[in-house]
Design a protein around this ligand. Structure first.
Ligand code: MG
Length: 337
């Protein structure tokens, strides 16, 4: 689809984002490292393997139940490094601040970044500050980049090359909490919810799993939700993915809000959820490590890698039907992260 101008959906994480990245960014920037398309770029240096990643945060509102834009900016980048198999070490923090932002709000944001960085085991070691005129950005936007190190045996985790038919797919808990919490905090949508964002750094729990389990692939299910990650896994690969609707952890309240507003929980954003692809004989040990941790106590096996329907994601529904789960092409929710 050709567009003369950027529309909001170019940032939605679905098909239009994918087209923008492939047709524009990859065309001009292309190199072998970028085209691996992992959550982090894997750099093979003389000093060892490094993971390097960057992300910008524009969430609206900047404070929401369970977090704020600062906590999100640390967790998101820490998680992109972690799901690449790396141990996150250093972050940068760039701030674009709108004239008029309250100093108290900024301090609260920075304070929670420091707190989350400590929890995640990373240091924020460089940064940048810009202030723009009132109305030229919305309160504050934050960019974080991150660097981590990874062991040789983990360097293919982000590429998906190790995925095999028969591997099981695990998720570490309820989907959609972040999306629902942020939407609920937007007064305009007029619904109230008890649900808090799942925003959390998964560095420690992922390192614990990696110490025991030969994880074949990982990705954090952020913008675009579980459905988008599963499609990214299936895409370009010679296999399909089959998931069971009954096994996917969805809170009753999330389901309710989705029915009310016409969303699908599979496409809602998460900020503390990792999708793991593991060999079938390692599922038990993987789940026992995960379920022992507060951030993953509701972990479940939700499906498996299958030979049929290469490149496709098939959902076995509660009532016994089957349908494809497509990459989202419809309206997405802007500024969810
Ligand atoms: Mg990611």
């Amino acid at each position: 689809m050709h567009h003369d101008k950027i529309i909001l959906n170019h940032g939605g994480g679905g098909l239009l984002t994918k087209e923008l990245i492939s047709n524009l960014f990859y065309t001009y920037f292309k190199n072998d490292i970028l085209l691996e398309q992992g959550d982090s770029a894997i750099l093979n240096t003389e000093a060892g393997h490094l993971a390097f990643t960057t992300d910008s945060y524009v969430v609206d509102p900047i404070f929401f139940p369970g977090g704020n834009i600062g906590k999100l900016a640390v967790c998101g980048t820490v998680n992109d490094l972690s799901v690449s198999g790396a141990k996150p070490l250093y972050l940068s923090a760039g701030f674009i601040i709108e004239e008029g932002l309250s100093m108290n709000d900024l301090e609260e944001i920075v304070r929670s970044m420091a707190e989350e960085a400590k929890k995640a085991g990373v240091q924020i070691v460089c940064g940048d500050t810009k202030v723009v005129n009132r109305g030229k950005c919305d309160k504050v936007f934050i960019n974080t980049s991150g660097i981590g190190i990874l062991e040789d045996r983990h360097k293919e985790i982000g590429s998906g090359r190790k995925i095999q038919v028969g591997d099981k797919i695990i998720i570490n808990g309820f989907v959609g909490d972040h999306g629902i919490a942020v939407l609920g905090a937007r007064k305009s949508l007029n619904f109230q919810t008890e649900i808090k964002s799942d925003c959390a750094s998964l560095s420690h729990i992922i390192q614990e799993v990696l110490a025991e389990v030969d994880v074949h692939f990982m990705r954090d299910a952020t913008r675009g939700g579980l459905a988008t990650v599963l499609n990214e896994i299936a895409e370009h690969r010679n296999f399909g993915i089959e998931i069971n609707e009954d096994e996917i952890p969805v809170r009753e309240e999330t389901q309710g809000v989705c029915e009310l507003l016409g969303f699908d929980p599979l496409y809602l954003a998460n900020e503390g959820k990792v999708v793991m692809v593991v060999p079938a004989d390692k599922v038990e040990v993987c789940l026992s490590i995960l379920q022992n941790n507060e951030l993953a106590k509701d972990s479940r096996t939700i499906g498996e890698i299958v030979e049929s329907y290469p490149g496709k994601v098939i959902l076995k529904t509660s009532i016994g039907g089957r349908r494809f789960v497509e990459l989202n092409t419809g309206e997405q929710l802007p500024r969810i992260c």
